[in-house]
Ligand binder design. Structure first.
Ligand code: SAM
Length: 273
C-alpha cells in the first residue's frame, strides 16, 4: 500500500495523530528531503529509517519503491513539507502504485497553497494553483493573459529573493487587481498582506522566509493608458526609451513598432493638451 502523508509546514502541532500512527507503522518511509524527514520523525519521537525519493530519483527510485509495493509492504511518502503531490513527484508514485494494483491513500493535512488561498479572503469558489510564480517577463505576461481568461483566483509559490520583484512587476501590470502575500504560514511570524500589488509592496517589510502569492480575478485590460503609465514607470526606473519599448513588447507580446506607436500616440496627445 502507498500512503501520501501531509506533514506540518512550520507548526509541529499540525501533525495529526493519524500521521504519527502511519509513520510509526510504515514498512518504509520515503521523503523528498531526508534531512527534513529525520527532524520531523525525531520531533514526533518515531524511530524509522528514511530513504530519499525526489524529482531526480528517476527510474531506479521508482523501481525500488515498486518492488516494495509488489511485496505487499506499506510505503509512506512525505514531501519537503505540506501535502505530497503538490509540486513534487508524489503523483508519479500514485501512478506507479495504481499500475501495480497497490492501494493508495492520502493522510490529509497542511498545504501552504490552500492555507494561503483561504487566508487571502479572495474568491474561492473557483481557483487555480499554478506552481512557482514565473521568473521571466515573457512567462509572466503569458500567465496574466491566461488569468484574464480564467477569471478566477490563482495561487503561486514564491521565494524570498523574488517576491519584491514580482510585486513591483504586478503593480505595473495589474495595478488594480486585489492580491495577498502570505509569509511563514502556520509559524510564529505568520503574516498576511492584502490589497493592490502596490499596497502590498509598500506594506512588505520582512522579505525573509517562505511565501505564497495569491492573485484575485484579473479584470484589467492592457489599454493604451495602462501601457503609457507602464512605459513611464520604466523610464522613471532608469530604462532608456528603446529598452522600455523592448520590455513592453515582450511583456505584452506585441510587435515593438505597435508598442512604439501606442506610447507615441499617448505622448503626442499629452503635448497637444
Ligand atoms: N507540498 C508543499 C505544500 O503542500 O505546502 C509545498 C512544497 S513547495 C515545493 C515549497 C513552497 O511552498 C515554498 O517555496 C513556498 O512558496 C511554499 N511554502 C511552503 N511552506 C510555506 C509556509 N510555511 N508559508 C508560506 N509558504 C510556504
Amino acid at each position: 500500500m502507498l500512503i501520501l502523508a501531509a506533514t506540518p509546514i512550520g507548526n509541529i502541532e499540525d501533525a495529526s495523530p493519524r500521521l504519527r500512527r502511519v509513520l510509526a507503522e510504515a514498512d518504509a518511509v520515503f521523503a523528498e528531503d531526508t534531512r527534513h524527514a529525520r527532524k520531523l520523525l525525531t520531533r514526533l519521537e518515531i524511530d524509522r529509517p528514511t530513504a530519499s525519493f525526489h524529482d531526480h530519483s528517476g527510474e531506479s527510485g521508482l523501481h525500488g519503491i515498486g518492488k516494495l509495493l509488489d511485496e505487499g509492504r506499506t510505503v509512506v511518502y512525505i514531501s519537503d513539507a505540506g501535502m505530497p503531490g503538490i509540486n513534487d513527484p508524489g503523483y508519479e508514485l500514485v501512478r506507479l502504485a495504481r499500475d501495480r494494483d497497490a492501494e493508495v491513500d492520502v493522510i490529509p493535512g497542511p498545504c501552504a497553497a490552500i492555507n494561503a488561498l483561504v487566508l487571502s479572503g479572495l474568491p474561492t469558489h473557483h481557483f487555480c494553483f499554478l506552481g512557482f510564480f514565473p521568473t521571466t517577463v515573457e512567462k509572466r505576461a503569458a500567465m496574466i493573459e491566461r488569468l484574464r481568461l480564467l477569471n478566477m483566483t490563482a495561487v503561486f509559490f514564491e521565494g524570498p529573493s523574488r517576491i519584491v520583484h514580482a510585486l513591483e512587476w504586478l503593480s505595473e501590470t495589474i495595478p488594480q487587481t486585489q492580491i495577498a502575500v502570505c509569509r511563514e504560514l502556520t509559524k510564529r511570524h505568520q503574516q498576511v498582506l492584502c490589497g493592490t500589488p502596490g499596497e502590498v509592496r509598500e506594506a512588505l517589510e520582512m522579505v525573509k522566509g517562505e511565501f505564497c502569492l495569491v492573485i484575485g480575478p484579473v479584470r484589467e485590460s492592457s489599454n493604451n493608458a495602462d501601457i503609457g503609465s507602464r512605459y513611464k514607470a520604466l523610464l522613471d526606473r532608469g530604462e532608456s526609451p528603446t529598452r522600455a519599448v523592448k520590455q513592453l513588447s515582450k511583456e505584452l507580446r506585441l510587435p515593438k513598432r505597435e508598442v512604439y506607436a501606442m506610447v507615441h500616440d499617448i505622448y503626442k496627445n499629452d503635448d497637444s493638451s
